[in-house]
Design a protein around this ligand. Structure first.
Ligand code: FE2
Length: 376
C-alpha cells in the first residue's frame, strides 16, 4: 500500500510537466505607453527599468518596463495603426496582454503545453545581447490574452534583449508592493469549466477552490468562480463567468466593455496593507468602499487580528479568515475609463483563500459603481 506521501509525490511527478517559478512579468497593451508607465511609477511606486523602441531597433512599438520588488510591469504601445498591438487597444482598451511565467526551460514548456492542446502564440525563440541569452515561447489562453514562458537562467541583462536600461530623473518611493499574488480571468457564459479544463489538462494546474452563484450573489447579480493553481502554488488563476441574476452580472459588464474575455484583476501582495494603501490613496488611487457597518461585526466574524480596526475602517480594507489564518484585501476602481481592469491589494497572514467572506459586501460595492455607470 502506498503512503499518502508517496501518492502525493507520485501525483506531483505526474502533473508537474510544467514547473513554474512564478510570474515573470505582466505586459499591458495601452494607447500611450510613456504616460501609462509614468502613472504606474507615480501612483503605484514602480521604478523605471528598461525601454525598447525605435532607438533600440524595435520598429513597430515602444515598451517601458517598470519594477517594484518582484513585480515587473511592461507597457507597450503601437507606433502605427494596422498592427496587432493597435488592434488590441482598439478592441479592448488598455488591457493585460501577456501573463508571463518564469520557467527553467521555455522550449520544454512550449512542447509540453502545445502537445496537450494549447494553441501556440510563439514558438521557442532565443534572443541574445550583451547580457547573454534568453529563451521565450508562448501559448494562447482566454480571449486575446497569452502566456509567455520566460527562461532567463543564461541572461544577466537589465530586462530582455531589445531593451536598454531606462534611467529616469523621476524615481518616486515604493508603495511596498511585492509580487503578483494571483491574476483573475473573466470568461463568457458557460466558459468557466472549459477554461478550468484547459488549465488542468494543458498546464497541469488543479482546481483548489470553487465558488458557485450561491456563494457569490447579491440581490441583483451573480458570478461563478474556480481558482486554478499550479503545483507549487506560485501561480494562481481564478476564472470567473457570469451567472443569471435579477440584473446584469459584473462579469457581463466587463465582457461588454472589454469586447470579450480577458484579465479582470491582478492581485498585488504587500507586507503591510495599511502603509501600502495609505500611500496609494495619497497618490490618487481610488478604491471601492464598503459601508462602515461592515466593521461593526468584523471582529465577531474574523476573531483577533493584529491590525487596528480604526485604520482598516478609515482605508476601507476588508478582512477574511480561513482555517490557516486571515487575509486583508482591498480593490481599486477600474484603472482606465472602461470598467474593465482593476487591481487588488492583498496581505496574507496565513490564509491561502480569496476572501469569500467579503464577496457580498464587495459585490454590492461593485454594483453601486455599475449603477452609477448605468450598467446594472
Ligand atoms: Fe482576487
Amino acid at each position: 500500500m502506498q503512503t499518502l506521501e508517496a501518492i502525493e509525490t507520485n501525483n506531483k511527478s505526474q502533473t508537474d510537466f510544467l514547473p513554474l517559478q512564478g510570474t515573470d512579468y505582466v505586459e499591458f497593451y495601452v494607447g500611450n505607453a510613456r504616460q501609462a508607465a509614468h502613472f504606474y511609477k507615480a501612483a503605484f511606486g514602480f521604478q523605471s527599468l528598461a525601454y525598447a523602441g525605435p532607438e533600440t531597433g524595435v520598429k513597430d512599438r515602444a515598451s517601458y518596463a517598470v519594477r517594484q520588488n518582484k513585480l515587473t510591469f511592461v507597457f507597450t504601445t503601437a507606433l502605427r495603426t494596422g498592427n496587432p498591438i493597435a488592434d488590441h487597444v482598439y478592441k479592448h482598451g488598455d488591457a493585460v496582454k501577456v501573463l508571463a511565467l518564469k520557467v527553467d526551460d521555455a522550449a520544454s514548456a512550449w512542447h509540453e503545453t502545445t502537445q496537450r492542446g494549447a494553441k501556440s502564440y510563439m514558438e521557442p525563440v532565443t534572443l541574445t545581447d550583451d547580457g547573454g541569452k534568453m529563451m521565450l515561447s508562448g501559448i494562447h489562453t482566454y480571449g486575446d490574452t497569452v502566456h509567455l514562458f520566460v527562461e532567463r537562467k543564461n541572461y544577466e541583462g537589465v530586462f530582455m534583449p531589445g531593451y536598454r536600461e531606462w534611467k529616469s530623473n523621476y524615481n518616486p518611493p515604493s508603495t511596498g508592493l511585492l509580487y503578483v499574488d494571483h491574476c483573475v480571468g473573466n470568461v463568457g457564459w458557460n466558459q468557466m469549466n472549459p477554461w478550468v479544463k484547459f488549465y488542468q489538462d494543458v498546464m497541469g494546474f488543479r482546481n483548489i477552490l470553487t465558488f458557485d452563484d450561491s456563494d457569490i450573489s447579491t440581490e441583483y447579480s451573480a458570478l461563478m468562480s474556480k481558482v486554478m493553481s499550479n503545483g507549487n502554488g506560485f501561480v494562481k488563476f481564478p476564472i470567473n463567468e457570469p451567472a443569471e441574476g435579477k440584473k446584469k452580472s459584473q462579469v457581463e459588464e466587463y465582457l461588454d466593455y472589454y469586447n470579450g474575455e480577458g484579465c479582470q484583476h491582478v492581485a498585488l501582495a504587500t507586507g503591510n496593507i495599511v502603509e501600502t494603501v495609505t500611500e496609494l490613496q495619497n497618490r490618487g488611487i481610488e478604491f471601492l468602499k464598503v459601508p462602515t457597518s461592515y466593521y461593526d461585526e468584523l471582529l465577531d466574524r474574523v476573531g483577533h487580528i493584529d491590525e487596528d480596526i480604526a485604520s482598516l475602517k478609515e482605508l476601507g480594507v476588508l478582512v477574511d479568515r480561513d482555517n490557516e489564518g486571515y487575509l486583508l484585501q482591498i480593490f481599486t476602481k477600474p484603472v482606465e475609463d472602461r470598467p474593465t481592469l482593476f487591481f487588488e491589494i492583498i496581505q496574507r497572514k496565513g490564509a491561502q483563500s480569496f476572501g469569500k467572506g467579503n464577496f457580498k459586501a464587495l459585490f454590492e460595492a461593485i454594483e453601486r459603481e455599475q449603477e452609477l455607470r448605468g450598467n446594472l
